[in-house]
Design a protein around this ligand. Structure first.
Ligand SMILES: *[C@@H]1O[C@H](CO)[C@@H](O)[C@H](O)[C@H]1NC(C)=O
Ligand SMILES: *[C@@H]1O[C@H](CO)[C@@H](O)[C@H](O)[C@H]1NC(C)=O
Length: 202
């Protein structure tokens, strides 16, 4: 069904579009008196400035720096369980970790930050639940982000976690990441993890 919204200029900003949609919905809902009809079908081929015609698979290789020691840690424990277990079950850590192009934090370019948290979700092994956004600050991905939510058994060689969505250039994102530990400093607990990101987006 053709709706008045399909005639809107394609260059309208998202804010303007949403504003107009809400006005149109208000106007339309009054005569029909149908409050259930609050969604509108849009043509996917015209969405995202025409970019939705072609889905892309991108691979990004990044290094994730979990700094727990020193004066400026980027990973901090926010709660720990009252009852201790060997796995640390219940520990919650909030992160704002640098994402770089190379494994050396001092020498390589920071292209984004991994912001979110991880928590020990297993009572029998160091098995984490990770919920984090890769927020990019460089190049064409600047301002875009990828959301990752998954299980991370840190002593396994390769851990796979789903990409559950994204923003900006990563709108409608899906895919997975593979994490493998690059180095761990056993004295400080600081860790560098290689992330290979495989993301489908438009
Ligand atoms: C923590 O554990 C101790 C000892 O079992 C107990 O006395 C205390 O009430 C617990 N605190 C909380 C906040 O649960
Ligand atoms: C990334 O985007 C922000 C906000 O638009 C801008 O201030 C910043 O200069 C950009 N960084 C790069 C490296 O282009």
């Amino acid at each position: 069904m053709a709706t008045p919204t399909t005639a809107l200029p394609l260059l309208a900003t998202t804010t303007t579009l949403l504003l107009l949609l809400s006005i149109l919905n208000n106007v339309q809902s009054k005569p029909s008196n149908n409050d259930d009809d609050f969604g509108t079908s849009l043509d996917p081929s015209k969405a995202l400035g025409g970019r939705m015609k072609r889905e892309k698979l991108s691979h990004l290789r990044l290094y994730w720096h979990d700094v727990v020691s020193g004066p400026n840690p980027t990973a901090v424990m926010v709660t720990s369980p009252n009852r201790t277990s060997a796995s640390g079950f219940g520990t919650v850590i909030m992160i704002d970790d640098a994402l770089t192009l190379g494994p050396d934090l001092k020498r390589s370019k920071v292209v984004g930050r991994a912001q979110g948290l991880y928590a020990v979700a297993s009572q029998t092994e160091v098995g984490l639940i990770m919920a984090m956004n890769f927020a990019f600050i460089e190049g064409k991905y600047n301002g875009s982000s990828i959301s990752i939510m998954g299980r991370n058994r840190v002593f396994t060689k390769v851990r796979e976690m789903p990409i559950v969505g994204g923003s900006g250039l990563f709108r409608f994102a899906r895919g997975y990441v593979q994490a493998s530990t690059h180095t761990v400093n056993l004295k400080t607990g600081d860790a560098v993890v290689e992330y290979n990101v495989y993301v489908l987006h438009y």
